[in-house]
Design a protein around this ligand. Structure first.
Ligand SMILES: Cc1cc2nc3c(=O)[nH]c(=O)nc-3n(C[C@H](O)[C@H](O)[C@H](O)COP(=O)(O)O)c2cc1C
Length: 285
């Protein structure tokens, strides 16, 4: 996906929007969005996903205002629906692809919010062209958000602690999980990691943990779980969060002309008793 503005600025600008103006998205912008969503999306590890823009309007004025989101979202007309095949196991890649779309919408001046659970699945399913072997993994409203957040939005945000982020020392490490990585130690990757830190996550849980190798720009990304789970049983939403982390890291590195690639090669760092699950590594210059 091509970004026309500074991605670092866009990453800093993005914030969840849950209340929208009745203002329609202009037809030229709608065309652009449809054009963006038309292409096939593949993540760094080959996971495929697709996205649809739907107008889930109803004639019931109250329902129209709330649109099957239990009142979490108000006034939105359009939704982006993230779709996966049942057999697609790579949810990290889905998160990676959907976040790029979210950021593109932010660049276009539109509001969004990831919705993984607070929406009525059946209502959105009825408005989407789902094939039999597909399901909706997550959705987002898209539109012009209100300039000032509504009281109920502030309450949700406060309830989740949405404005808070964990400090570097709780997220990033060097060598293994015993020594925190400081911004100085991260060198040219400081901004890329900072953009991981400010990313959105389900319930703002910030489950990403990163270990930098001591003598090289190799960064290992882990998922922090609350309790021990097998690798084929990882919570989908947390995997999406990790996909978001990978996309923020990579997009920032690219903008800063730092090259590198993603690999899946578990370095077998000691994670005993920490409920950490290895996801992927960035092999950077
Ligand atoms: C995978 C994922 C699922 C989410 N699901 C919901 C949801 O169901 N309902 C909701 O109101 N917010 C949801 N959010 C939004 C988060 O609560 C929000 O991103 C987080 O609190 C940080 O706030 P910010 O996006 O404003 O920075 C989700 C976010 C992510 C990444």
């Amino acid at each position: 996906m091509k970004f026309e503005k500074s991605i670092i600025k866009t990453l800093n600008k993005r914030v969840s929007k849950r209340a929208y103006k009745s203002l329609e998205i202009e037809s030229s912008k709608l065309r652009k969005i449809k054009q963006i969503l038309k292409k096939k999306f593949t993540g760094p590890f080959g996971g495929k996903s697709r996205f649809e823009l739907i107008d889930c309007g109803t004639n019931d004025p109250l329902e129209k205002r709330r649109l099957g989101t239990y009142g979490f979202i108000r006034g939105a007309h359009y939704f982006i629906i993230g779709i996966l095949e049942q057999k697609e196991k790579n949810i990290v890649d889905f998160g990676y692809c959907f976040e790029k779309i979210i950021l593109k919408m932010t660049e276009l001046g539109l509001g969004t919010v990831w919705l993984g659970s607070t929406y009525r699945y059946s209502q959105f399913k009825d408005c989407t062209n789902l094939k039999e072997n597909e399901y909706i993994a997550a959705i987002s409203p898209v539109g012009y958000s209100l300039d000032k957040p509504k009281t109920y939005e502030k309450l949700i945000s406060w309830g989740i602690g949405a404005r808070k982020r964990k400090p570097w020392s709780n997220l990033f490490y060097i060598g293994d999980f015993s020594t925190p990585l400081t911004e100085n130690m991260a060198g040219k990757y400081t901004t890329a990691l900072e953009m991981v830190r400010i990313g959105p996550s389900a319930r703002n849980a910030e489950p990403w943990r990163v270990v930098k190798e001591k003598k090289s720009n190799i960064f290992h990304f882990y998922l922090q779980l609350i309790r021990k789970l097998s690798s084929d049983n990882l919570p989908p939403m947390k995997q999406m969060d990790l996909g978001i982390a990978l996309s923020h890291f990579e997009l920032t590195a690219k903008e800063q002309k730092i090259s590198g690639k993603w690999v899946k090669k578990n370095p077998n760092i000691d994670t005993i008793r920490k409920n950490l699950h290895y996801i992927a590594s960035w092999i950077g210059e």
